[in-house]
Design a protein around this ligand. Structure first.
Ligand code: GAL
Length: 337
């Protein structure tokens, strides 16, 4: 074997890489999306995989902003934001909130910023982000809610503070703005055994003492929405990154009483929420009773490579129901009426 290379060289063969390197085929990923394909690879308009996990969506004018965890393989790298006019095609707008380089900061690189949600405050004109914060090097011990503020939906967000609302542990969380503009933080507390709700201050920057237990059923990943006069709440069980059975609760008032309706999922793998975990329910404007259930199908071996499950919420017998669909588009909501 060791004589082979000199022989080739003597015969005039070159060891250099040929100049005409094959060009990668134009990426199919850049073609415009016209449908949702739950669980499939979802690329942004630059052709990169969307990296916005545990996220939520905010509508500003006619533009949607999707905020979510920016993940490396395991590491947290801040909160990403994407924009879209049609919900299928998303443009990367950058990092809305980056971990701090200052090692003394609560959000020092190495911390965990999970399940970010952004709401707009009409009174102050500010965009307010809440997320679940775990301090660097402490695993999931800190169990804090954290707040950041921006003048623009794309940020940059300025970190404001972190705390345990009214002294309660706060891990998985969501935000909800009611019809009257009052906003609420819903959160898993007491080692995730309790699900609690606290009303936010008028500027949305802090929790008020109006804070109570909704139920103690060891649930997390709360996604709250309202249809007609009813509030609905989808949650998951507590099995870390592994999927489990979802449940749906209903209430006439946000602070309850909340009544269990059961598991709203149906179709293949429905008993494990199709392999996903709830993160948000997005009301689709301009369409009556149209909501999109958003979930994450986590890949704990490579978190950035986790998939998104977006499915329509349907109303069957006047109750929210979520059926598995390989592919669907917003026309679905017109057909349903
Ligand atoms: C899940 C939670 C995720 C993340 C994960 C870590 O239960 O919903 O947001 O915290 O645990 O194991």
């Amino acid at each position: 074997m060791k004589y082979f290379l000199p022989v080739l060289l003597a015969l005039g063969f070159s060891t250099e890489v040929p100049l005409a390197v094959a060009q990668p085929a134009p990426s199919a990923a850049k073609a415009k999306n016209t449908a949702f394909k739950p669980g499939e690879l979802w690329y942004d308009t630059d052709g990169n995989l969307i990296n916005a996990h545990g996220g939520g969506v905010l509508l500003v004018g006619n533009t949607y902003y999707w905020y979510g965890e920016k993940r490396a393989q395991h590491q947290e790298e801040g909160v990403n934001v994407y924009s879209s006019k049609d919900l299928y095609n998303w443009k990367y707008e950058g990092v809305a909130l980056a971990p701090a380089t200052d090692a003394q900061s609560d959000i020092a690189a190495g911390c965990l910023m999970e399940r970010p949600k952004v709401i707009f405050n009409q009174k102050t004109g500010k965009y307010v982000m809440w997320f679940h914060l775990e301090l660097k090097g402490q695993g999931y011990k800190a169990a804090r809610a954290a707040v950041a503020v921006a003048d623009q939906p794309t940020g940059p967000f300025r970190y404001a503070s972190s705390f345990r609302p009214n002294g309660n542990m706060s891990r998985d969380m969501g935000l909800y703005v009611d019809d009257d503009g009052a906003a609420y933080h819903i959160y898993s507390s007491r080692e995730n055994y309790d699900l609690r709700l606290t009303r936010l201050s008028d500027d949305y920057l802090t929790a008020t003492p109006q804070d109570s237990l909704l139920f103690a059923k060891h649930r997390e990943a709360p996604a709250l929405f309202k249809q007609g006069s009813k509030y609905y709440l989808i949650t998951s069980g507590c099995t870390g990154w592994a999927p489990n059975e979802a449940s749906l609760h209903v209430a006439d008032k946000l602070f309850g009483p909340w009544q269990l309706l059961g598991d709203p999922m149906s179709g293949p793998n429905a008993k494990l929420t199709f392999g996903g975990q709830s993160t948000y329910v997005l009301p689709v404007p301009g369409k009556k009773d149209a909501f999109i259930f958003m979930a994450d199908r986590w890949n704990p071996k490579d978190l950035k490579d986790s998939r998104y499950l977006w499915l329509p919420v349907q109303f069957k017998n006047n109750q929210p129901a979520i059926d598995w669909m390989e592919q669907w588009d917003l026309e679905h909501f017109s057909k349903q009426l």
